[in-house]
Design a protein around this ligand. Structure first.
Ligand code: FAD
Length: 287
């Protein structure tokens, strides 16, 4: 695969940053600062997560409206498990009325103790509902799992489930984070063969905090390669070495992904800018 010039990637606008909605007024102020730091690199869009079972519905909405009000493209995540058609329909209408035209559509997970699955069983039901009720108003992203969804027992069924979401009307997808580029390339090939041909944007998780990320990886079914784990663990409290090694590992993986045809990158920023900006700079993505 020939290496494409970097402006090719930027022109496609598939470089994006993910935030979670802040819980406190201080968090809101801090996220504004973070956005100011990201502003010069002009990400294609900022996405904002949605708490399980709709627990951050209002905070996601207010964060998205603030981001859009600053002239950015904002993409709210919407999860459907435990929701009615009416509540999802009302949320879509609110976003439409506020000029939001990009969504990340998810099934989500039911919080423990919340028993009612609601109307939607899987993300493909949500994608179909969004298309049926709002036509082509929204660009719909769905979640992709190069190392398979943790609840899925059979790899082929998980790939089929992804293909169903795409055929239901998704425009592109963002992956769960991973540290194994081969899994991404395999996923793209395998899902193409199933007729799911939309752009698959790798989700990139910098090593904000190694032990926390290792726990996340364990929960979300992402493999932490032994060579990374052993090296990180060996650094003990040496924060400078952890940072330097983490940046090298992620930058090299991103270079490989882009050279191999990945159509962009989506950064799990954890509401912090420093590591993402450094990787962006090393990849020469800055405009
Ligand atoms: P689905 O695509 O519905 O898949 C869930 C499981 O069901 C899989 O095992 C799949 O194989 C199976 N399945 C799917 N469709 C079918 C079908 N038709 N028949 C049978 N089986 C099927 N969580 C949040 O709570 N808030 C967020 O904001 C959020 N953002 C995310 C963003 C990204 C990019 C990613 C990758 C994940 C995100 N998540 C978020 C996590 C996500 O909600 C969980 O992984 C959840 O368990 C699955 O959601 P999904 O949309 O992938 O579900």
């Amino acid at each position: 695969m020939p290496t494409l010039p970097i402006y090719h990637f930027m022109a496609n606008g598939l470089f994006s940053i993910e935030f979670f909605p802040p819980n406190t007024p201080e968090g809101v102020v801090k996220l504004r600062e973070t956005r100011k730091q990201f502003a010069p690199i002009k990400p294609g869009f900022y996405s904002v997560t949605f708490g399980a079972g709709g627990s951050t519905r209002e905070k996601t909405l207010s964060t998205v409206l603030e981001i859009a009000g600053e002239g950015n493209v904002a993409a709210p995540h919407i999860s459907c498990i435990g929701s009615t058609q009416e509540s999802i329909g009302a949320l879509l209408e609110t976003y439409k009325q506020n000029g939001i035209n990009r969504l990340v559509a998810l099934r989500g997970d039911l919080p423990s103790g919340m028993g009612d699955i609601g109307h939607f069983r899987h993300a493909d039901d949500l994608v179909r509902f969004i298309r049926d009720t709002t036509g082509n108003h929204f660009h719909i992203e769905v979640a992709a799992y190069p190392e398979y969804h943790p609840q899925s027992r059979f790899a082929e069924r998980d790939l089929q489930a992804y293909a169903h979401k795409v055929k239901a009307g998704a425009d592109s997808s963002i992956t769960q984070f991973f540290y194994n580029a081969d899994a991404y390339f395999h996923f793209v090939e395998a899902t193409k063969k199933l007729g799911a041909e939309v752009p698959v944007v790798p989700g990139i998780m910098p090593f904000h905090n190694y032990s926390k990320i290792a726990r996340f990886a364990d929960m979300s079914g992402a493999e932490m390669p032994r060579w990374i784990a052993r090296k990180m663990e060996g650094y003990l409290d040496d924060a400078a070495s952890i940072r330097a090694f983490g940046l090298d590992v992620i930058t090299q993986m991103c270079e490989r992904l882009l050279a191999g045809g990945a159509p962009g990158l989506h950064f799990y920023s954890m509401n912090q800018s420093a590591l993402t900006l450094e990787i962006w700079k090393r990849l020469r993505l800055a405009q």
